[in-house]
Design a binder for this molecule. Structure first.
Ligand code: SF4
Ligand code: SF4
Length: 287
């Protein structure tokens, strides 16, 4: 059994079927991303054939070259906005889509590429590329919801396949998706995993991270990395204080909030608080 099968995602996805048996048109779009979330859809295997029977896969370049013209009933959008042409294209996608669902950390919070938001992009570009003059990019990587209205944000890096199928079924059937917004700790305790923070003093972002992975890392005695982004009401300051008690300095505490969801507001704010505390200490040390 795959690890994600052990996750608790609430009731399983309903069979994907529109009430009047008309096949809605599905489109899948890519912006700045690694394609991992689109691969989650392709990896659905057992569910993919029923899915293809329930919806018309009208635009999905990762899966097929055939294209059915829009408008589309449901658009899945992977990736963040990092160029001016991205910002223009997402508005066009929104115009063509009755429902627009963003999938993954890139699309919902700016992704790992949002690390640029804390740095000098021109400097990064000059270090990374042999010919930076040919690279056109925005200063910041931003989530899709900063640019257009979004009907639902599905978190994760990558997303969870059961959650994706539940969201698709919900939108095809015109109902609300049943996706939990509580923390990874709830999944962790339901799974019966030993708390790595309590038992071993291992730093873990589970208390502030949204459920969805089935507490995969804690089940293998590792702390949570926050792949699913902030849960509904995260107390990041309290967790950061605890991380400091466990031995992290401000720099380490800053970095733990700056990974896949660095641009998500509570994680961004906490990392900047740690950064300013570090600068305060550095100045005090220099006096
Ligand atoms: S959220 Fe993660 S898995 Fe999905 S496209 Fe972005 S980097 Fe890849
Ligand atoms: S190991 Fe992490 S996710 Fe699990 S209960 Fe402890 S703090 Fe929460």
């Amino acid at each position: 059994m795959a690890d994600h099968d052990l996750a608790d995602h609430g009731p399983g996805p309903d069979p994907i079927q529109a009430p009047d048996h008309v096949r809605p048109k599905l489109a899948v779009w890519k912006f700045a991303s690694c394609d991992g979330c689109q691969l989650t859809l392709l990896n659905c295997e057992d569910e993919l054939i029923p899915l293809a029977g329930a919806v018309e896969i009208a635009y999905f370049p990762e899966a097929t070259r055939s294209v059915v013209e829009g408008p589309y009933d449901v658009s899945l959008v992977e990736g963040s906005i990092t160029t001016a042409s991205d910002a223009e294209r997402i508005r066009e996608v929104r115009r063509m889509s009755r429902r627009l669902i963003t999938i993954g950390a890139c699309a919902t919070s700016g992704g790992i590429q949002a690390l640029r938001n804390f740095a000098d992009v021109a400097e990064y570009r000059s270090v990374v590329y042999a010919h930076p003059e040919y690279v056109e990019t925005l200063d910041r990587s931003t989530p899709i919801s900063d640019h257009v209205s979004v009907d639902f944000e599905l978190r994760g890096c990558p997303i969870n396949s059961s959650q994706l199928l539940e969201v698709l079924a919900a939108f095809v059937q015109d109902r609300s998706p049943r996706i939990p917004s509580y923390s990874v700790c709830v999944e962790c305790k339901r799974r019966g995993a030993v708390c790595v923070a309590v038992a071993h003093g291992t730093p873990c972002l589970g208390p502030v991270t949204q459920a969805g992975c089935g507490a995969l890392c804690p089940a293998y005695s590792r702390g949570c990395y926050g792949c699913f982004g902030p849960q509904d009401t995260p107390n990041t300051q309290s967790l950061a204080d605890r991380l400091r008690v466990l031995g992290m300095d401000e720099s380490q505490a800053m970095r733990i909030f700056r990974t896949f969801n660095a641009g998500a507001e509570p994680f961004r704010a906490e990392s900047e608080r740690q950064q300013s505390e570090r600068h305060g200490h550095t100045k005090e040390g220099a006096r």
